[in-house]
Design a protein around this ligand. Structure first.
Ligand code: ASP
Length: 606
């Protein structure tokens, strides 16, 4: 049986990795170790593609010239683990494989040892053509044998090393912080860990090291960073995982420019090290307000134009009801010009209108400039002046289709912002191989939570408000005032993705207490949850600020991967489970008893 054909390494030592055997090795003896990627049996001749993490090499054995290895090769199957001792030969002319790094040579096997057998894997390792992802995640260790995933893991490693080298060279110290802690509010639910010793009490898994890194600044550490796991229990999307990795950074005596300068240097260094790409800081800066006005998003993709324009002045005298009522109610009329889309069919326009409604608009008005004519559902309401003014304001010319949304500001720009993205990708307007970084600044300090209807911190409650807005930081501030407080917060955005987020922090107790109060937190609650931070601020806390990168997301972009699961070794599914270990799992009743926990489903019975 299979077992008996297996032998041991017995002192045989690897001389080369498979993918690294080269023409210059022709004539030498090599020892390779790896997996059988594929085997081709031609009767008197057997070819084996041997694979390790560096790539493939062709091993050949023949019944006449190498009978010993030939006999073993007969038993070999896909994914068997082999040691091969042999001689490197140049391939015969015409037999080279230009697709393979080692395609000019092959290894004639004097000896093949089967170090282990393998069952037939549930999917082909060598074939990238999508095996079912459920299966891939269940057998993740096999999935990770595949070249694209190994490449992604290598990029992850190289990114980590680049980050560490750069930040260390800039005087940042990597220091670890606790994972089991009290809640650090980053706007998500906590994962809780019950205490056995102190029954009824729970640790929270850190949503970020935010409070600890601020305390490092109080402690005089001056510059800190950490590549760190963070845990947030929230609904998952393609670019979210319940546990994810941040590059967390904090600096003392720093203002915005200092943080941005360090981050720009880091990005430049990482992109060069990992991709060999030159990035040219400083990055452009847009306020949140400008970003919303021009792109309808706080993470604009600036690789293409099609910017949103305010056409309210064009229609200020309009008799068309939708424009009229939007304007009269203090709303706005906004538009984008879609190049070359004037010939869109009625169905296409209907589809666009459906999309606009899905994104929250009541409707969509279109104006097509085609063949010297103007086509629009509201043609009869449009004056010549308005038609010309619209073209001028949006930059529309012959062949373009203008999309118009009239409503409150937020709806108008977000709807057009989304259509802008959808159409750009559909029309192939987004250049690949471009890295458009930019800073978004001056975010609102507070936002209304859609579910609870309550004001909460847009970033986290430790973000400093703008000095000019401090007069509005009062518990009795009106909603209008609350909405206008700007935060010293910034996001680093690239190609429409939020890469990093940070802020200049509050470092004085009185201001921190005021912001807690603004958030509706009682003094008692503030003291109970954040007393240690408030106390620390009274012992000489320096001004400080920082930022955190979503590292998995950054590697995903560096690797050109579509999904976070392609760069995380052992990811969770959209329902936060691990298909391989089957976590989360039930635990023994005794373990629950030790923790003093009774499950709700067992309460009735007990
Ligand atoms: N702790 C913040 C976050 O996780 C980042 C920061 O403000 O530095 O989003």
């Amino acid at each position: 049986m299979a077992r008996e054909i297996v032998s041991d390494m017995d002192g045989l030592r690897r001389t080369h990795y498979c993918g690294e055997v080269a023409l210059s090795d022709v004539g030498s003896q090599v020892v390779l170790m790896g997996w059988v990627n594929r085997k081709r049996d031609l009767g008197e001749l057997v070819f084996i593609d041997l694979r390790d993490r560096t790539g493939l090499v062709q091993v050949v054995t023949e019944s006449k010239s190498t009978p010993a290895s030939f006999e073993v090769a007969q038993n070999v199957k896909s994914e068997y683990v082999l040691a091969v001792r042999g001689t490197v030969k140049k391939r015969a002319p015409g037999m080279e494989n230009p697709d393979l790094k080692t395609g000019a040579i092959e290894v004639q096997a004097d000896e093949i040892r089967i170090l282990n057998t393998a069952k037939t894997p549930p999917f082909y390792i060598w074939d990238d053509a999508g095996a079912d992802e459920t299966l891939r995640l269940k057998y993740r260790y096999l999935d990770l044998r595949r070249a694209p995933l190994q490449r992604n893991l290598e990029i992850y490693h190289r990114t980590s090393m680049a980050v560490r080298n750069y930040l260390s060279s800039r005087g940042f110290w990597e220091i670890q912080t606790p994972m089991m802690t009290r809640s650090t509010p980053e706007g998500a639910r906590d994962y809780l860990v019950p205490s056995r010793i102190d029954k009824g009490k729970f640790y929270a898994l850190a949503q970020s090291p935010q409070l600890f890194k601020q305390l490092f600044m109080v402690a005089g550490i001056d510059r800190y960073f950490q590549i760190v796991k963070c845990f947030r229990d929230e609904d998952l999307r393609y670019d979210r995982q319940p546990e994810f990795t941040q590059i967390d950074i904090e600096m003392s005596f720093a203002e915005e420019e200092d943080v941005w300068g360090e981050v720009e240097g880091l990005v430049k260094y990482v992109w060069k090290e990992v991709l060999g790409v030159d990035i040219e800081p400083p990055f452009p800066r847009l306020t949140y307000q400008e970003a919303m006005e021009r792109f309808g998003s706080d993470k604009p993709d600036t690789r293409f134009g099609m910017e949103i324009k305010d056409v309210t002045p064009v229609f200020s005298g309009s008799s068309f009801g939708v424009f009229r009522s939007a304007i009269d109610q203090g709303g706005t009329v906004r538009a984008i010009a879609v190049p070359g889309m004037a010939g869109a069919s009625r169905q296409e326009i209907e589809r666009l209108t459906e999309r606009a409604k899905l994104h929250g608009a009541k409707g969509l008005i279109t104006v097509a400039y085609l063949g010297g004519e103007v086509k629009s559902q509201i043609r009869k309401y449009l004056t010549d002046e308005e038609i010309a003014g619209l073209a001028q304001a949006t930059g529309a010319s012959e062949g373009d289709l203008v999309l118009i949304v009239a409503s409150d500001f937020d709806t108008a720009v977000t709807v057009l912002g989304r259509l802008r993205l959808e159409l750009a990708s559909k029309l192939g307007m987004i250049p690949k191989d471009r890295y458009n970084f930019l800073w978004i600044t001056a975010f609102p300090l507070l936002k209304i939570n859609e579910e609870t209807g309550r004001w909460e911190a847009a970033h986290h409650p430790f973000t400093s408000p703008f000095k000019d807005d401090l007069d509005k930081v009062r518990p009795d501030a009106t909603d209008e005032e609350k909405g206008k407080i700007r935060a010293r917060m910034y996001d680093l955005v690239m190609n429409g993705v939020e890469l990093a987020s940070g802020s200049i922090r509050i470092h004085r107790r009185d201001l921190q207490e005021k912001v807690f109060a603004l958030l509706g937190m009682s003094q008692e609650e503030a003291r109970r949850r954040f007393g240690f931070l408030l106390d620390a601020f009274e012992y000489g806390a320096p001004p400080h600020g920082g930022i955190a990168f979503g590292m998995d997301r950054m590697v995903m972009l560096l690797a050109g991967a579509e999904n976070l699961r392609e760069v995380i070794a052992f990811p969770k599914t959209a329902s936060a489970s691990c298909l391989m270990t089957e976590a989360p799992a039930e635990v023994e009743p005794e373990r629950l008893a030790e923790l003093g926990i009774i499950l709700a489903k067992d309460v009735k019975r007990s």
